[in-house]
Design a protein around this ligand. Sequence first.
Ligand code: NIG
Ligand code: FE
Length: 413
Amino acid sequence: MADKKDILCFRNIGQLVQADASTQPGIRLRKNCALLVKDGRILKILKESDVQSTRSYARVVDCQGRAVVPGFVDCHTHLIHAGERKDEMVERMSGASYMEVLENGGGILSTVQATRRATENELYDTARKRMKRMIALGTTAFEIKSGYGLNLQSEMKILTVGKKLRASLKVPVTLTYLGAHAVPQGDDREEYLEEVIENLPRFLGLADGVDIFCERDVFTAADLRRLFLQAKLLGFDLRAHVEEFSHQGGCLEAARLGALSCDHLEYALPMDIKAMRAAGTTAVLMPGVTLFLGGEKHPLVHSMLDAGVTLALATDCNPGSSPTYNMQTVLTLAASMYRLTPEQALAAGTYGSAKALGEEKEYGGLLPKQRADFNVLKTSDYRDMFYYFGENFVDATYLAGKKFKPPRDPATT
Ligand code: NIG
Ligand code: FE
């Protein structure tokens, strides 16, 4: 056993939740226990009665009977962007659809204009504020996409900001090149896609994965295939926005090409679920988008579960379809809208989301040897988060065993 003097001891944990895929429904609940952390990683969990004298540990934190849950993993965000789209929100409330706004040159394309104009420092400062707000709400690992540059220089600017954020906040950040997020205004779709594909090698070392928005009037399933074949050859992970507002066949193509995740999936069909299962592709669900856009269509969540597809949850944090930072809200929505139990929703937002990033061994479960990323809640029963919905139940977030100092103000830009 390691020298106890290097060990942090979190004791008097009333309820400790681990996300462990080898159990059903993926959650292991322990009562009255303590958590030992060494070098930023989970060393072991022990019974409260086995905790030794305070002097035996470098530091002891008394959790006062509260619940401890794994840090949330937000595996799909667009958090590096400039500007807001409140006017568009009002337009939609007056009857315009999300896709109509985009077709009229607004939507994603208006954020593209603002993001192109912003300097690297401006993007860094606003994104950093957002991430700190998200960590304070319990998120301890992130995926961030580009996709608001839509030209080589601006896409690189966004991902460079992502790299700097990863270094400065010292949290796990997976970066994704989403050059194929929309067709820039006035461009020809095929020519633009060709440019995105030609530029792929320039993103090696800057992005871990490649993504595409496959949708009617945006990119086709054949476009996805062309992009992914090349991205795969170069060693990028594949993830895709598919079957969100209509069924286009992108999910099937993405899964067959070995995508790590397929995201959205409101219009995914049983054959898509079968293909995801066969390929071990994780289904990333984002109920915050449905709530915010006032949609009624939900993915076939229970068919996915029955088929053995791993579910993940994410905010999709972006200024158009889901301006939220809060994974607690997303978990609550998933439970209520999709009829997931609190266990299933929590497993999806921790283990499942880590798996969507290929990082399920490294974090997400609060399991021995994993990063010590966790939340001490304000309550002794983690189900309160689902029941008294809308409250912030995170009392303290720990990143690699270190307490995070929350920002005072909400990030509203
Ligand atoms: O994941 N669906 C496309 N892209 C984003 C929205 C981006 C935006 O509206 O700015 C999404 O929902
Ligand atoms: Fe998205």
